[in-house]
Design a protein around this ligand. Structure first.
Ligand SMILES: [Zn+2]
Length: 79
């Protein structure tokens, strides 16, 4: 194995480990509105959620930010 392949493989393994532990050890957040626990694997339902994080509660349908708080204000509103 050539040295650059070795370091590329080590880098890939390190990255995968960090990403995996971020998912596995992440604090389980709950819906700020109905209190139901939110899934660990986040599926964004809008572009804003994909960019900034957050959830849509599957129980009550409330839009939540990344920490599980209800989103009140709509960003970039014109009025
Ligand atoms: Zn909820």
């Amino acid at each position: 194995m050539t040295p650059w392949i070795m370091s590329a493989a080590i880098g890939a393994i390190a990255t995968a480990t960090v990403l995996l532990s971020a998912i596995v050890f992440r604090k389980h957040s709950a819906c700020g509105e109905c209190g139901i626990r939110l899934p660990k694997i986040r599926v964004p339902t809008s572009l804003r959620q994909a960019l900034w994080g957050g959830f849509t509660c599957q129980n009550c349908g409330t839009e939540l930010d990344a920490s599980g708080q209800k989103i009140r204000s709509v960003p970039f509103r014109s009025n």
